[in-house]
Unconditional design. Structure first.
Ligand SMILES: O=C(O)c1ccccc1NCC(=O)[C@H](O)[C@H](O)COP(=O)(O)O
Length: 219
C-alpha cells in the first residue's frame, strides 16, 4: 500500500536528513513554546531549506494569531499549515484564505462523540489530522504518544484526505493502517529516544513499517 508518512517535531539538521533519507513525505516543525520539540522561526527557516524537493514542510501551530502566522509564512518555506488547537471552522477558513496555503486541521478523538466535529472541519480544510485527544490538563495538545481506539474510524467515509496520528510506533503502524484504511500517518514520540530527541533508526523503521502495511508477504 502506498502510505505517506509525516514525521513531526524536527529540530535539528540531522532530523531533516533522516526523514528525507527514510522516504517520508512530510516534515513537521512545532511552534509551541511548551513543547520539547519547539523551534523558533529562525530555526525552522534554516531547517526548511534543507528539505529536498518532494518533502513537504508543515508548520504546526496552536491557536495562532495572525502575527505569528505572518512571521512563519513570511520567513519559512512552508508548504502546509497544521492547526492543532481549538481553532473554529470559521478561523480555519479564514487562515486558509488569508495565507493561501493548504491547511490541515487536527481533531482529537477519544470517543465516538468526538467524531461529530469532523464534518464541519472537512468542509473548510484541505486535510484532517485525526489524532488522540490529549488528556485533560496535559501540557501539550498533541505529541503525547497516546493512541485512541482505531475501531472508531474503521470503515469511515471521508470527504477530504486525512492522516492518522496518536501513539503510532514502528511496531503498531502497520496494524493501524490495516485497521483504519489510513493512507497517511503521522508520528512524533514513537520515533524518539527521549522527548524531543528524534532517532534516525526509528524514523527509518517507522517509514518502512508504514509502507509495508497491507503488502502480501513473498512466498
Ligand atoms: O509534538 C508536539 O510537541 C506538539 C505540541 C503541540 C501540539 C501538537 C504537537 N504534536 C502534534 C503532532 O503532530 C504529533 O505528531 C501527533 O500528535 C502525534 O504525536 P505522537 O502521539 O507523539 O506520535
Amino acid at each position: 500500500m502506498d502510505v505517506k508518512v509525516k514525521i513531526c517535531g524536527l529540530s535539528k539538521p540531522a532530523d531533516v536528513e533522516a526523514v528525507a533519507k527514510a522516504g517520508a513525505a512530510y516534515a513537521g516543525f512545532v511552534f509551541f513554546p511548551k513543547s520539547p520539540r519547539n523551534v523558533s522561526v529562525e530555526q525552522a527557516r534554516d531547517l526548511a531549506v534543507l528539505a529536498p524537493v518532494g518533502l513537504a514542510k508543515v508548520a504546526l501551530v496552536v491557536n495562532p494569531d495572525n502575527a505569528l502566522l505572518d512571521e512563519i509564512c513570511g520567513r519559512v518555506a512552508i508548504d502546509i499549515l497544521q492547526l492543532h488547537g481549538e481553532e473554529s471552522p470559521e478561523r480555519v477558513a479564514e487562515i486558509r484564505s488569508r495565507y493561501g496555503l493548504p491547511v490541515m486541521k487536527a481533531v482529537g478523538v477519544a470517543t465516538a462523540e468526538d467524531l461529530g466535529q469532523l464534518p464541519a472541519y472537512e468542509r473548510v480544510c484541505d486535510q484532517i489530522l485525526v489524532d488522540a485527544k490529549a488528556p485533560k490538563g496535559a501540557d501539550l495538545p498533541g505529541g503525547n504518544g497516546l493512541a485512541f481506539d482505531w475501531r472508531l474510524i474503521a470503515g469511515r467515509r471521508w470527504s477530504r484526505p486525512w492522516m492518522l496520528a496518536g501513539g503510532l510506533t514502528p511496531d503498531n503502524v502497520a496494524r493501524a493502517v490495516e485497521l483504519t484504511g489510513a493512507t497517511q500517518v503521522d508520528v512524533s514520540s514513537g520515533v524518539e529516544s527521549a522527548p524531543g530527541q528524534k532517532n534516525a533508526g526509528l524514523i527509518a523503521e517507522f517509514v518502512s513499517a508504514a509502507q509495508s502495511a497491507g503488502a502480501i508477504p513473498e512466498l
